[in-house]
Design a binder for this molecule. Sequence first.
Ligand code: ZN
Length: 139
Amino acid sequence: MRTELELIRRAREAREKAYVPYSGFRVGAALEAEDGTVYTGCNIENAAFSPTCCAERTAFFKAVSEGVTSFRRIAVVGGHKGQEATETACPPCGVCRQVMREFCDPESFRILLAGSDDQVKSYLLKELLPEGFGPDFLS
Ligand code: ZN
């Protein structure tokens, strides 16, 4: 089993590929599927702004586009260009939390947030998206 810090290291590597000419705020994510495969993502900005995609959603959409829809946890690391990472953890935005809710069990899916010092904050999805709307409401 991969350690939390190994998953965070993969997120840090993914962060290096962030395409952020406008904000300069780089985010990397490493999403671990149930089978142990890791899908990484970085944030990708766009001159028109709306098409911008977060690192977390990039990782999810890479996995789902390859037929993978069961996940254990995701590590997220963010910070301005030139900085190693934010001093404190960089939490996922509301849109990304909603994407997580589509594919992940709020009771068991873990979100690992690390700042510059590898101090890991670990949350369950239900803690970051309480009373979230999910696919079960439509079944
Ligand atoms: Zn997001």
